[in-house]
Design a protein around this ligand. Structure first.
Ligand SMILES: C[S@@+](CC[C@H](N)C(=O)[O-])C[C@H]1O[C@@H](n2cnc3c(N)ncnc32)[C@H](O)[C@@H]1O
Length: 130
């Protein structure tokens, strides 16, 4: 008689990353987010320029962290577009809602189009709608 092996949990292959970003790395990144945002911003902007994002696009920002890239993407798709950010790190996501509700420095337009949520079980989620 043969038996069927039990299915692995859906996130089993990502367990190390989940542990990493929910531990010291995520806490430290969230604490230093302003400084890290400044360091990484040029790279994100280059990637977004290459993608030639249009108004009205719907974008999924996987690994949105504390939301810097999601906010920039939201300014590019405009109020008729939508940006969803997803991340596995509770500490990183904890910094995101406040930012999504804050006016963007480069644009006073309300961030109607941002949704940021966690993808790990029982993590907190947030929704910003202006
Ligand atoms: C280097 S940080 C970059 C954060 C953000 N994109 C930025 O530019 O500021 C990488 C992020 O990817 C997230 N991440 C790693 N693996 C992931 C996965 N499988 N699904 C979603 N997020 C993931 C981490 O939790 C972390 O917030």
């Amino acid at each position: 008689m043969t038996s069927t092996p039990a299915a692995a949990p859906a996130n089993a292959g990502n367990a190390a990353q989940i542990e990493h970003w929910n531990g010291q790395a995520g806490e430290t990144w969230a604490r230093l987010q302003d400084r890290l945002d400044r360091q990484l911003e040029p790279l994100g902007l280059m990637a977004m320029d290459q993608a030639q994002i249009h108004k009205g696009w719907r974008i999924l920002d996987i690994g949105c962290g504390t939301g810097q890239t999601s906010l920039e993407l939201a300014s590019r798709v405009g109020p008729e577009g939508r940006v969803s950010g997803a991340d596995i790190s509770r500490p990183m996501l904890a910094g995101a809602p406040k930012r999504a509700l804050s006016p963007m420095p480069a644009s006073p337009r309300p961030m109607r189009s941002i949704t940021i949520s966690g993808t790990v079980p029982s993590t907190s989620s947030s929704r910003a709608s202006g």
